[in-house]
Design a protein around this ligand. Structure first.
Ligand SMILES: [Ca+2]
Length: 422
């Protein structure tokens, strides 16, 4: 709505400018025409005057076109954080019944950013359920609820059931159903007017497949992959999102587009390397700090998931009065979180230590996190090695700059996002 209002305002001001230019043009024609002005005394003088006037008119036309163009471009550059909403594809292991409820919190965050016009949410891709967990289905009901709450119409597709056998495995024998998600991603990149951001907060498979099938398209049309997987330092067991698809995780690091790597955990930090601290996104918040402050519909979105409902009553549940008992029960529980910073950053924002969401260039000298340029490699088994590289233009790592305030800042930022959901 905000974005529409900005466009409407911009176009109205452009219309006003055009009217002014038209009136000015008529006035100039009336005032300066040589015959009307009575300044012509011979045919030769008329020809010379006419040639001079033509040059002046062409100059005025060029100036008008330049002015009009700059105004139109100026209106396009308006919007959230001073830019057009960045197109986003959200890839998540979002199931019903839920696996880890953090994915539902994350889905609400990206919908909240879309609702306020900061991103253009193009699609949600949900991982194919894990082997041995057939009762878990991609939670299309949660996406339907968020569409209902935000008045958006974001499409949702399910991912590929086949694991990649190697980091270059493009699965030539897969069916169209198997690659529905990967092909959807490629179609969206191909048709997008601007490069698209991709958030991966579950398995890497579908984006790795899409990227390996069309690396040139990723080079041209992917603005960055926000990769929520792995650990910042080696020496610990593989993180969950890596363990469910090592080859796919390794393949992401091969892609010719920016990678904003968001290690889920810091890893094993040695006491003699204190400068290596802060390279993990994990934080914890108490759900009661946010849930009671949400709209009834937003509360019901969470309670329908947290209560593990698997009926078909997603719309009916959304519209009812929130269940006070469930609300109290889950408000008293903590929640592990990881991905919030990347959602803000891709939209042009960061957070201050006191949790204010601010444009990245207005954070002053103290953003609570940064993305630092690095050189990074990943072997076939999902083990990464990296080092700072100030010259790097397309590999970055999430860096918590203020560990003391980071969890609170992310919680307050999330609360301010979600509390604006209708
Ligand atoms: Ca996840």
């Amino acid at each position: 709505m905000l974005y529409c209002a900005i466009w409407a305002e911009a176009w109205l001001s452009d219309l006003g400018f055009c009217l002014i230019m038209a009136v000015t043009g008529v006035w100039i024609k009336q005032r300066l025409h040589p015959l009307r002005a009575g300044r012509i005394r011979s045919v030769t003088q008329l020809k010379m005057e006419t040639a001079t006037m033509r040059k002046q008119r062409n100059g005025i036309r060029r100036l008008a076109v330049l002015l009009l163009g700059s105004i139109l471009l100026g209106s396009v550059s308006e919007g959230a954080a001073g830019k057009i909403p960045v197109p986003v594809i959200h890839v998540t292991d979002l199931y019903r019944p839920h696996c880890d409820p953090d994915d539902h919190w994350d889905l609400a965050c990206v919908f909240a950013l879309a609702h306020r016009g900061a991103i253009d949410l193009k699609a949600v891709v949900i991982d194919y359920p894990q082997v041995g967990r057939p009762e878990r289905n991609p939670d299309v009901a949660a996406v339907a609820q968020m569409n209902r709450i935000t008045h958006l119409a974001v499409p949702v597709v399910a991912g590929c059931p086949l694991p990649m056998k190697s980091r270059n495995d493009t699965q030539p024998n897969a069916t169209s159903s198997d690659h529905h998600a990967a092909e959807t991603v490629l179609r969206l990149l191909h048709s997008a007017e601007r490069p698209v951001v991709i958030h991966v907060i579950g398995c890497c498979r579908d984006i790795a497949l899409a990227g390996k099938k069309a690396p040139d398209l990723f080079a041209r049309k992917c603005a960055g992959i926000y990769l929520n997987a792995g650990t910042g330092l080696p020496g610990t067991k593989l993180e969950w999102n890596v363990s469910i698809g090592r080859a796919a995780y390794a393949a992401i690091f091969d892609l010719p587009c920016p990678i904003y790597w968001m290690p889920c955990f810091e890893g094993k930090v040695s006491a003699d390397r204190p400068e290596k601290r802060g390279f993990g996104t994990h934080y914890v918040f108490r759900q009661g700090e946010i849930l009671p402050h949400l709209s009834a519909r937003a509360q019901n979105y969470f309670l329908y998931m947290l209560g593990r409902y698997t009926d078909q009553n997603w719309l009916g549940y959304l519209e009812q009065k929130p269940d006070d008992k469930l609300l109290a029960e889950f408000s008293a529980k903590d929640r592990n979180m990881w991905c919030t910073g990347g959602f803000l950053y891709c939209a042009g924002y960061t957070a201050t230590p006191d949790g204010k969401i601010v444009p990245r260039d207005k954070a002053g000298g103290a953003p609570v996190f940064t993305f630092d340029p690095i050189a990074v490699t990943c072997d076939d088994n999902g083990h990464t090695a990296w080092r700072p590289d100030p010259k790097s233009k397309n590999r970055f790592i999430f860096h918590v700059r203020d560990a003391q305030n980071y969890p609170t800042a992310m919680t307050i930022a999330m609360k301010s996002l979600l509390s604006k959901l209708p």
